[in-house]
Design a protein around this ligand. Structure first.
Ligand code: PRP
Ligand code: URA
Length: 209
């Protein structure tokens, strides 16, 4: 699929396998989500524009590249997306952070938006929307609709685990965005949970039930 990257890196695969294990506790889970976000971010941000600036080394003055032009905005989908923010900020500490609050209705599985605060203006920024789970795709699609309504153009979506149903739907609704997936799982179950998945990402990151 064009514009879709599914990571096959052994480090990402190994860390996702530990996330899947139901015995993995909150502390380790949070740490791993952070590390996977950083590894995915390293690749997802490989097209950030750079410009040469003058730097004086102890030896001589040189022109050397630094990140330029469009700046970055990280937009986690609350709650679980929050777990990925620090890993991306470790790579680009100057990034602005927006928030989109959504929860899935337990009966319909439709996303319900309860909060939206984005860096303003957002049009010139590269925007990384993050959420560990892409299940039906409803939350990601609505979040990206919101961002586009606010003028966002250069949008990337980063998740840790995706279901084929959600990935196809997101790609169909937003073919212009770059999608980064840590692992593509088998299918959704009757409760719209990803199989085999890792359970409820928000609950596992924040230790709630
Ligand atoms: C989870 C997850 C995504 C959404 C994915 O959030 O973090 O936002 O479900 O499902 P979808 O692709 O079917 O929309 P949840 O609604 O459980 O809220 P939480 O992050 O606050 O726990
Ligand atoms: N949200 C989750 O946290 N996990 C799933 O498997 C599906 C949606």
């Amino acid at each position: 699929m064009e514009n879709v990257t599914i990571f096959e890196h052994p480090l990402i695969q190994h860390k996702i396998s530990i996330l899947r294990d139901k015995r993995t506790g909150t502390n380790e889970f949070r740490q791993l989500v952070d590390e996977i976000a950083m590894l995915e971010g390293f690749v997802a941000l490989s097209d950030l524009p750079v410009e040469d600036v003058e730097v004086e080394t102890p030896i001589e003055t040189c022109m050397t590249p630094m990140i330029a032009g469009r700046k970055l905005a990280v937009v986690p989908i609350l709650r679980a997306g929050l777990g990925m923010v620090s890993g991306i900020l470790a790579l680009v500490p100057s990034a602005k952070v927006g928030h989109i609050g959504m929860y899935r209705d337990e009966e319909t599985h439709e996303p319900q938006e309860y909060y939206c605060k984005l860096p303003d203006p957002i049009a010139e920024r590269t925007i990384v929307v993050c959420d560990p789970m892409l299940a039906t795709g409803g939350s990601a699609i609505d979040a990206i609709n919101q961002i586009k309504k606010h003028g966002g153009k250069n949008i990337k979506f980063m998740c840790i685990i995706a279901a084929p149903e959600g990935l196809e739907r997101l790609h169909r609704e937003h073919p212009d965005i770059q999608i980064y997936v840590g692992a593509l799982d088998r299918q959704l179950n009757e409760n719209a949970y990803i199989c085999p998945g890792l359970g409820d990402a928000g609950d596992r990151i924040f230790g709630t039930k």
